[in-house]
Structure formats: C-alpha cells, structure tokens
Ligand binder design. Structure first.
Ligand SMILES: Nc1nc2c(ncn2[C@@H]2O[C@H](COP(=O)(O)OP(=O)(O)OP(=O)(O)O)[C@@H](O)[C@H]2O)c(=O)[nH]1
Ligand SMILES: [Mg+2]
Length: 241
C-alpha cells in the first residue's frame, strides 16, 4: 500500500548539524518524500545552510518552541498531501537510517503513530545519555503511566511518526508549544483510540547542545497529568488553548 511520507525537521540554531543529518537521510526519501525544515527563529545561519543544501525551509520570525516548530512542519506536510508525518530532529540525535523500520507499520496499516523508543533500544548508557536524563525520563514515564494507566516505554523520545489522520483526530495545532508537545500528543492519541506502536532505536548523545531545562520539563509533565485528570474526571477540555 503506497503512502506519501513527509518529514518535518524542527531546527533551532542548528547550522552545525543540519548537513550531517541531511547526508544521512536515505536517497529514496529525498526523491519520493516531502521534506520541510522549520527554522524556529534561529539566531545562526540555520536557514542559509538548509537552503544551500536544497532543503525546503520555513522560518519562524520569532522562536516559538519545539512544539510550535512541529506544528508548522506537520501543517505544511498535511497540506502537501502527506499520509505519514515523520519528526526528525536537526541535531543528529535520532538516526535517519531507521526511517524504513519506523515507517513500516504505516505501510502495513498496523499503527496510527510510531514512537522510536530508546528505552526499548536498551543502550542508553552506551549511547552516552546523561544519567540525570536516564533517571528523569524513567521517573517521568513511570509517573505518566501510573497516572493514566497507559503502558508506554518512553514519552520523551523525539523520534516520532504520525499518520495525518491521527494528527487531525487530536487537533494537533492546539497542543503545547514547547517540549511537552510530545508527551501531550501521546496521551491525546491514546485517548482518541489511536494505535501507538513503539519500536527500539539506538541512543546517541554527542557534542550537540541540549536546550531542554529538566526541572521546567518535570513541572510541565506534572501539569500535563493534572490536565489529563481534569479532562478524564471533570470533563474539562484537555487542550490548554
Ligand atoms: N531547544 C529548542 N529546540 C528547538 C526549538 N525549536 C525547534 N527545536 C529543535 O527541536 C529539536 C529538539 O530540541 P533539543 O533541544 O535537541 O531537545 P531534545 O533532543 O528533546 O533534548 P535533548 O535530549 O536534551 O537533546 C532540535 O532539532 C531543535 O533544533 C526551540 O525553541 N528550542
Ligand atoms: Mg536533542
């Protein structure tokens, strides 16, 4: 079954890493897929580097945040007719080489969303994931699973794929603008009865700069759980907006 694949690359001050990521995207996706890079108000030459590589680029005049960058990318892909929207980070942390494996469940119509799980991949230390992130993501994942009754191995992975149908079903443009976008959409998809498949991916931490503020992120996860309960128990709207 032929599905149109779209790839959205959120990028913030990523001038040094984009070329490396672009080179690792298998040729067939460069030929057959829709690829969009969303420059989220970078201060460096992210857009210039991307355009020189021939990557279709949209630039946010002002930095919106990780979630905001995704929404612009997914909206572009859906408008261009993509059936499957892939999120591929611009810092090289998530391997483009895994695209065939991660898109397969959509081609077999086995899933509405796929999460590349580093915990399933089981090589966190070898991949040099900082210890505070290993502990942090396990604790927060445990908290969200206990709080929702779901069984997800990792809510915080940035390697994610969604069918356009699933994105529309959860009204993705109303979801959080920052890092909590990924965990929130996971809860929304589950709540909408979507099939989420997790597949193992390798972990890779190198010299890339992490912008994630762990404490702020932890608070966002607790607030997300509160909103989920407010929605489940009181029928309050789930979306913040
Ligand atoms: N930090 C940050 N990244 C953004 C933003 N908008 C888009 N991005 C991109 O979103 C992706 C994820 O950002 P990272 O800071 O690497 O976050 P992360 O990978 O979840 O966290 P780490 O595991 O700490 O690297 C990268 O490709 C960024 O370039 C933004 O406003 N802030
Ligand atoms: Mg990163």
């Amino acid at each position: 079954m032929n599905k149109k694949i779209g790839i959205a690359i959120p990028a913030y001050n990523a001038e040094k890493t984009i070329e490396g990521v672009w080179k690792r995207i298998p040729l067939k996706y460069k030929k057959e897929s829709i690829i969009i890079l969303v420059d989220d108000g970078s201060k460096d030459n992210t857009s210039e580097v991307a355009k020189k590589l021939g990557i279709k680029t949209i630039k946010h005049p002002k930095n919106r945040g990780y979630g905001g960058a995704q929404k612009t990318g997914f909206r572009y892909l859906i408008n261009k007719g993509a059936d499957v929207c892939v999120l591929l980070h611009s810092d090289g942390q998530y391997p483009p080489e895994e695209l065939d494996n991660l898109t397969q469940p959509f081609l077999n119509d086995e899933a509405d969303a796929v999460i590349g799980s580093r915990h399933l991949g089981k090589k966190l230390k070898e991949g040099k994931m900082p210890l505070y992130k290993i502990i942090g993501s396990k604790v927060l994942t445990g908290m969200l699973n206990i709080g929702t009754g779901l069984k997800i191995t990792e809510y915080h992975s940035g390697y994610r794929l969604y069918s356009s149908k699933a994105l529309n079903a959860v009204d993705f443009e109303k979801i959080a603008e920052e890092y909590d976008f990924d965990a929130e959409i996971t809860l929304q998809l589950k709540d909408a009865g979507m099939r989420i498949k997790e597949l193992p991916i390798p972990t890779r931490y190198a010299e890339e700069v992490s912008h994630l503020k762990p404490f702020r992120y932890g608070v966002q996860m607790i607030k997300l759980l509160m909103r989920y309960w407010g929605y489940k128990i009181r029928g309050r709207p789930f979306h913040k907006r």
